[in-house]
Design a protein around this ligand. Structure first.
Ligand SMILES: *Cc1c(COP(=O)(O)O)cnc(C)c1O
Length: 247
């Protein structure tokens, strides 16, 4: 009665890829990115495969809650932060760390009267031009977050647009470096491509996603060449054959 097509997820492959990421990370702690339902692999498979990660990073609050309900006690980073003020309460209740990428999110924290306290990650726009503060606003936002007694820790983060291209992270790194001069904070910058190719981007934490599932972030280098194992196997049954003339 069901379609004969099945995706099988290998927790062993996920574990293997995480250990590959650890080798590249050279001691930096690893946020395993599990957004978008663990890149389509399912949260429960991700939990099994990434139980040795230092933290899990994602976007969806309902999925973060599921991670807690499934027993994950480690750090959880919400990569796009709060979408509305009640998310700040949810973050405090569930022990989630929030990215802060815009003025509105900053105000929500300043106006927050709920219970508890939380850690945040101030996001710098290093050229992706999607989320994050520009240099001057970044420094002001950092000072404002540091002034909040219920913000336990202010880390910094940025996301590369072009780390999969040769030299593609150079400008962004330099830009971040200049903007964060004098700011003492734990920092995470590297996605998969930067983790592998840009050693100076590794910092305190790294944030690989795609490599953990066994795919290469580079057009010209295969997953196999990088020592990765595909975590998903798709199998089906041939249900039809047509005989056609050539052309
Ligand atoms: C998706 C994402 C990552 C992981 O990127 P990959 O290229 O899959 O390694 C890291 N950081 C942020 C903010 C992301 O949104």
């Amino acid at each position: 009665m069901t379609r004969p097509t099945q995706a099988t997820i290998s927790a062993a492959a996920l574990r293997h890829n995480l250990s590959r990421a650890r080798v590249w990370a050279e001691g930096a702690r690893v946020w395993a990115v599990v957004k978008a339902n663990a890149y389509g692999h399912g949260l429960s498979s991700a939990l099994r495969g990434f139980s040795a990660a230092d933290g899990l990073a994602l976007i969806e609050f309902d999925h973060a809650q599921r991670l807690r309900e499934a027993g994950w006690r480690g750090p959880v980073l919400m990569l796009e932060g709060a979408f509305e003020p009640p998310d700040v309460d949810a973050a405090a209740a569930l022990g989630l760390e929030l990215a802060v990428h815009c003025e509105q999110q900053l105000r929500w924290l300043e106006d927050w009267r709920g219970r508890g306290a939380l850690a945040v990650h101030l996001k710098f726009n290093s050229g992706m031009n999607r989320l994050g503060f520009s240099p001057d606003a970044f420094r002001v936002a950092h000072a404002r977050l540091r002034a909040l007694s219920r913000v336990l820790r202010v880390s910094t983060m940025a996301h590369f647009a072009d780390a999969d291209l040769p030299g593609g992270a150079d400008h962004a790194l330099e830009f971040f470096q200049r903007a964060s001069e004098g700011i003492e904070a734990e920092c995470s910058l590297a996605n998969s491509a930067a983790l592998i190719d840009v050693p100076s981007s590794r910092r305190d934490w790294v944030r690989p996603g795609i490599v953990l599932y066994g795919a290469s972030p580079f057009a010209a280098r295969s997953a196999r060449a990088l020592g990765l194992r595909a975590a998903m196997r798709l199998a089906s049954r041939l249900i039809g054959v047509q005989q056609l003339q050539a052309g």
